[in-house]
Design a protein. Sequence first.
Length: 444
Amino acid sequence: MFNKVLIANRGEIALRVIVACKELGIKTVAVHSEADRDSLHVRYADDDVCIGPALSRQSYLNISSIIAAAEISGADAIHPGYGFLSENAHFAEIVGECRLTFIGPSPQAIRLMGDKAVARDTAKKAGVPIIPGSDGPVRTLDDAGGVARDIGYPVILKASAGGGGRGMRICWDEEDLGKAFETARSEAERAFGVADVYLEKYLERPRHIEIQVFGDSRGRVVSLGERECSIQRRHQKLIEESPSPAIDEAMRKKMGEAAVRLCQSVNYVNAGTIEFLYQDGEFYFMEMNTRIQVEHPVTEEVTGIDLVKEQILVAAGDPLSVPPGDLRLRGHAMEFRINAEDPVTFAPNPGKIREFHPPGGPGVRVDSHVYRDYVVPPHYDSLIAKLIVTGKTRPDTIARGKRALEQFVIEGVKTSIPLHRAIIEDPRFLKGDLSTRFMETFER
Ligand code: ADP
């Protein structure tokens, strides 16, 4: 087992990893930028190292500073969290070369799944259904037009190296495609360093349903059920739940088996997520995330498995602790992402938190790094807390969510709490009638 784990991240996920390490009796090292000196992850870790100025590029994305911090502090493993360097194959490689353990999959698996067009191809080879689209990137408008005519409009142009809901364009007809093609390529080049784009059929009313997977170094891969993440704004998730109201036991098994097949085909080790779009009883592979995800707690609540501890144990060479046999999901769990942002325009709203009273009581979990008088810096993403509620059934869970959102007091910055309180009253939401376009037609 490791003696000391360095957490190459900040915010709530850095705290989440520290919690897991403490419970396993492992020491921790926090790294932080100059803007994060007063962060809780710095206070709770055994050691801390400042790795650079506020700008992520100079701190949380600065590989040499992070490796130096690990060496100075005597860490023997690095947990990358999510975002930042978590899906950077080059970073995972360097960590290994420096005789440190990367708590995550191999650089090869990250690389294979990191390029979305390559991942699509890998899924196809593993017999996992994919959305009709181009074979690999499309290089010219002519090629794109040809593929679009074959599969039929509307289509979606996506950056091969994209992520975080960015680098996607919907084209309703040939004229749209003509206008979008070159812009999409140059935007992809600017944002992700690679101009490649590929094309997919745009599904008009899909649900986003993803499968949590986990592999260990002995070659065992398990699926830990699904999360429905259809409530999104700007292709970014707002509310996630497990189980999905649309999935029955037979479909769960089918999707789980497809996800496991894909992971086995790339010798996947550690935690990962296979994202699917689901429409009219069919599911289609969209992409794989080779890391722990923001919404992992809903799976933890319905499976009883501590995914972050499992990540650390598996990285240390232990077998998966999940017993053999079919997994049963217990009860229902829902996560509300609380962002420091305007609930109407979604514009980030950093600043000083003047009051902070998180809710408590049965079935309520709050994963957050903020406290009263904490200043939310403008340099990073706007997530300030995750409210996770668990109940016996979906209606119980919604009732619990409603009261917990009412009790949650955050003053000083605008937050998404009022938006969540409105969504949770929506008749479509209550019925579980969801799609990724839910927010487009949502009336406040
Ligand atoms: P990212 O990696 O940037 O999160 P994804 O490929 O996971 O991008 O897509 C994010 C979201 O975009 C999905 O959850 C869905 O709402 C929408 N989306 C992506 N591909 C399609 C598609 N082919 N048809 C309809 N919606 C899509």
